[in-house]
Design a protein around this ligand. Sequence first.
Ligand code: GLU
Length: 461
Amino acid sequence: MKVRTRFAPSPTGYLHLGGARTALFSWAFARHFGGTFVLRIEDTDLERSTPEAVQAIIEGMEWLGLQHDEGPFYQMKRMERYSAVLAEMLAAGSAYHCYSSPEEVEAMREKQRAIGEKPRYDGTWRPEAGKTLPSIPADRKPVIRFKNPLDGEVTWDDVVKGQITIANREMDDLVIARPDGTPTYNFCVAVDDWDMQITHVIRGDDHVNNTPRQINILQALGATLPKYGHVPMILGADGEKLSKRHGAVSVMDYPAQGYLPEAMLNYLSRLGWSHGDDEVFSMEQMCSWFNLDHLSKSPAQFNPEKLAWLNNHYIKLADNSRLAGLVKPAMPDAQFDGAPPLDAVIGLLKERANTTVELANSAMLFYRQPQPDAALLVQHLTDAVRPALQSFVEQCATVAWNKADLSALMKSTLAAHGLKMPQLAMPLRLLVTGQLQTPSIDAVLELFGRDVVVSRILQGI
Ligand code: GLU
């Protein structure tokens, strides 16, 4: 059997973290078995579906690198196929026209509720052997209902949740086409999974209730059933359903906030799945490990600190020139002329950055004119320190311009003037960068270059 999985989002908003995680699991499972990953856009809800949302989903998948092998297939472009299947089902007797008006259906439900029964369609138009159907009301367009089995039960071995059984009497005859002929949700999903020969349906557990209906439709169509795995949802750290309150929920907010796709993928992989104690791994490893055996039955909790920690890990690994491409757009006010190259600055700063936005902010140190606070200057540029700075700047003219020699020069200057390191390092930081917090001062001076360092010190003392 060749594995075929799908991601089937409804384009009604952004690609949220839960959707991305479902897509990732389906993709990784297909990759693990050398199978096919299908992208299907479930756009039949015309009021809520938008082309912008389709775009957002595709962009999100591209950013994450979850490349689909087939599709995107749009349900709205498959209407002819659904009509053909509906006609076949009507002919085969697994579906029937129902002329009950919405008011009549509501009245049925009312009556059932009144006697404490679960509201359901009462089967007025369901054809049975020997049964005479009512006469067809004039000018009424019928819906099409699926003839759900009356007895027995639907059982499937959910790859996440274990065996699930639902009695057929719990389900009434589902409307599979509206009076205008448009097919309904569960029917389209079943036909698509059948046509696209999906072998494994991995999706959020908000769909568990749809599964027995889809299984019955697939069985009526004579389709081979896929395996189903319903992944528990992602909760916020407070145990509530993940929402805006917990930070960004749209995947595409994360690049804007300075996250790398490999950090996001690594993070999402561990939301509801594990491989021993492994926390940090590549997508090659994920794909080689991911086989549905270690999916968690309980909801995963979103932890922004862990995501930030992973992002820092991947920033440290990332190529400086790649990071420069991400960081530069976040530095609109930077003056790059005559300043050190951004790649080198990033090399110095990336160790401590959780996001590329943080990296951009800290890199600005090198790309703006220093404006040291006057009170801080008074505090750090004392008469005791001034002669040391004077001698330091003089020797800057001839010292070999590298971190080690600059560090040695600072130490010899301190010794000659009987000072301690902060007494020289702090005013140097203030004069050259305008701030007291910087990475190691010798590295900062090296990057700024001799001319800038000398001129800024001379201007200040
Ligand atoms: N379109 C559904 C959703 O976005 C998913 C359907 C499925 O995976 O079967 O929730």
